[in-house]
Design a binder for this molecule. Sequence first.
Ligand SMILES: *Cc1c(COP(=O)(O)O)cnc(C)c1O
Length: 382
Amino acid sequence: MKVPLLDLKGQFGTLRNEILSAVTEVLESQICIGGPKVADLEKEIAAISDCKFSVGVSSGTDALLCSLMAIGIGSGDEVITTPFTFFATAGCISRLGAKPVFVDIDPQTYNIDPQLIESAITERTRAIIPVHLYGQMCDMDPIMEIANRHGLFVIEDAAQSITATYKGRKAGSIGTVGCFSFFPSKNLGAAGDAGMIVTNDPALAERMALMRSHGSKPKYYHKFVGGNFRLDPIQAAILLVKLPHLNQWSEARRCHARYYDEQLAGLPLETPFVDPTCYTIYNQYVVRVSKRDELVAHLRALGIGTEIYYPLPMSRQECFQPVVPCSTEWPQADRASSEVLALPIYPELTREMQDYVITSIRSFFGGDSTNARLEAAQSQLV
Ligand SMILES: *Cc1c(COP(=O)(O)O)cnc(C)c1O
């Protein structure tokens, strides 16, 4: 049996006709920039995020970049974030001439450790970017308390966590702004690149909306330097078709996660820590295992796809070495990068496929119930 890490064709198959007609509708209208599809998606994403405003953008990366530009992050500024994230988080800080300051993670959640943030604050610190990794939100109360006390902006990188909650509050609605990605592998995925920024601040929302079109208002008159960060209406149309299914897809992921939790219990690997104050959407189901690379090879040989998010922390990336102080260490991010492994968790995964993944993991560790069952079957034969 083959079990890929992710199978986008399965989901497309279930919505094929609706998606094709939504795309056709945009093409027939020839409203190729902005328009009603973008506006409708903005309205819906703001609503499901419990935010008043939203700005559709070209990707999750551009959501981060556009919001950092709108709050005025630039040369000489420092922005605190996690070293254990996708590159975009730190890359956007750097692209603006600001310095990413990496704060180690909590080893249970893999999210930034709020207890370590305060000592990283200097007079140059302007913002914090907590990343809600794998679909589970950061411990936001202490983060907001520190940010408010020091007058810092908070940009939630919620690329992996749309509709996740923390103490009943939606991802993206707690900080100054929230950034979403609709990269195809996210829980709500477009057929290409797309993203969204949400906020409750009307002035900031307007500034970000201008920022995504070169800062122009009216057209050809530029108040400030922005970029082209616009959301493609064809992607918006596809996302509008998919959006009504998002909760049910996330529930399917949560159901698969519970089954893995149960079935992998007792093996020499750590299943994900579930924060009881959070509703987690499992963009990834990540186990921690010391013989990780051997397990990857074993599963690959059995036709099972896995991935490592992420094999090298940002604090160790070559491009950031000039700005990383050599006196600082990130032991938890280092350990996580050598031990984490994401297993297939997409909604369309069948129980049969999941059982195959579980049996294959058990066979890697040997002396397990699979072998016991095989032995029992054999003894009945004699
Ligand atoms: C996917 C992702 C991004 C970037 O999103 P794109 O749409 O690919 O640009 C940023 N941060 C995190 C944590 C992500 O997972």
